[in-house]
Design a protein around this ligand. Structure first.
Ligand code: PLP
Length: 422
């Protein structure tokens, strides 16, 4: 509406991520028994993990003043000081990073951290110049795409596509076409990547880090699925940090999305900036996730939980979903699946599909299967004509067997029909 400001025009009028979270939330609340929700980033309910949250809640309720501290107090804007110290200690002891609580700030989920970081680092500057966030590899996380309060702030680069065997593939950063111009404010990647399950190799990260250092700009690494927690990562990938890296973590994918807890690790100036933004936008963050998690961080139990419960659970889910794809799809069709190296999704590519994936999404929805059309994830790209962006879908594999296997079966049927010109 015209009653909204420029800020309002950008943030009040709906977005891909809003539709997605609406679909997801509503399907969880009142989805019919036949809805196959393969669309969102909802982590699985792992019984062992939920049992741990229950244990922690009971400990909090039975400890003197525990509940009151959790529910009846405001935290400082930066986060609970004891939690911040435990996080700093975890990374000092396990990775040798030279960080203290001053390098950390809590946000209302990783999502809010990105809103703060992108808008503080990029956009319009005092001298009138405009700076952008460089996404060295799209497809990239849909949740970033509408976050700018000013003009468009993303510049994205197409990946190299490595075809592997008959039905697999992997994206790689195309360093030859990656120009870190002077109007780039920061480089940003999710690792593991939502939507593809790609994990940038240590070598790719080292090169990006060198480029960022050379330009004196931050490299933002979105570690929502990464090591050391939740550790939904199936390849070897070393967590890295230095003064120039802004690392974001989250308690969502280990199983506490309802607590909305994000963690930013950055040089002191940036961590302080995030804390300032939290104060202005929300006074303080929620206490519950930090309170549940603090002793588990202090004791290192969070690492054990990630390695011994969460990761193996998703390794098996991913393997199973990939096997069902193999079973359901006609091997003659030119379908490909991105290597599932982490996160909660399979990313399917249907080369030369006669219909767009936006159309495929509609056909699947009619049959009760919700996926996400891949075109949403290619924002910030200038090349509108690149067909690949209309040939991919993302499906979440975290749901129960009946939902995932049944959903894959229907996807295979609809894709076969589309290739057959129906
Ligand atoms: N980053 C990535 C890559 C994600 O997939 C998500 C959630 O799906 C987020 C950040 C934000 O998650 P949260 O705000 O729950 O921490």
């Amino acid at each position: 509406s015209e009653n909204f400001s420029n800020f309002g025009q950008r943030l009040c009028m709906g977005s891909g991520i809003e539709e997605l979270m609406d679909d997801l939330g509503n399907a969880l609340v009142n989805g019919g028994p036949d809805t196959k929700m393969l669309g969102g980033g909802q982590p699985a309910h792992i019984p062992e993990v939920n049992a741990l949250w229950r244990r922690r809640m009971e400990e909090i309720l039975s400890s003197p003043g525990g509940m009151e501290k959790m529910l009846a107090n405001y935290d400082p804007p930066r986060g609970n000081p004891i939690f911040l110290e435990s996080i700093a200690q975890l990374f000092r002891e396990n990775f040798g990073w030279d960080i203290s609580a001053k390098n950390i700030a809590i946000t209302a989920g990783g999502q809010t951290a990105f809103f703060f970081l992108f808008n503080a680092l990029a956009g319009e500057f005092k001298d009138g110049s405009k700076k952008k966030i460089l996404l060295p590899l799209v497809p990239e996380y849909i949740g970033y795409s509408n976050q700018s309060v000013g003009s468009d702030i993303f510049r994205a680069v197409k990946p190299m596509i490595e075809k592997i065997g008959e039905h697999d593939f992997k994206y790689r950063v195309d360093f030859d076409n990656l120009n870190v111009d002077d109007d780039i404010a920061a480089i940003c990647v999710s690792r593991p990547t939502n939507p593809t399950g790609n994990v940038l190799t240590d070598n790719e990260i080292a090169k990006l880090r060198a480029l960022a250092d050379e330009k004196g700009i931050p490299l933002i690494i979105d570690n929502a699925y990464g090591a050391p927690f939740p550790n939904i990562i199936f390849t070897e990938a070393t967590p890295v940090w230095n003064d120039n890296i802004v690392l974001t973590l989250s308690l969502s994918k280990i199983g506490l999305p309802g607590t909305r807890t994000g963690i930013v690790i950055a040089r002191e100036e940036i961590a302080a900036a995030v804390s300032s933004m939290s104060a202005i936008v929300g006074l303080a963050n929620g206490n519950v996730g930090q309170q549940i998690m603090q002793p588990l961080v202090e004791s290192g139990e969070i690492l054990k939980l990630s390695n011994e419960v969460v990761k193996p659970f998703y390794v098996e889910k991913s393997r199973q979903a990939r096997a069902w794809v193999e079973e359901a799809f006609d091997p003659e069709l030119p379908y490909r699946v991105h290597l599932s190296e982490g996160a909660l999704f399979l990313w399917l590519w249907f080369e030369d599909l006669p219909i767009t994936t936006a159309e495929l999404y509609e056909r699947l929805k009619k049959r009760g299967v919700l996926v996400v059309s891949g075109h949403y994830f290619f924002f910030g790209l200038e090349d509108e004509s690149w067909q690949h962006r209309h040939e991919c879908i993302r499906m979440t594999y975290t749901m129960d067997e009946r939902t995932v296997q049944g959903g894959i079966q229907i996807i295979a049927e609809e894709v076969a029909a589309a290739y057959a010109g129906k």
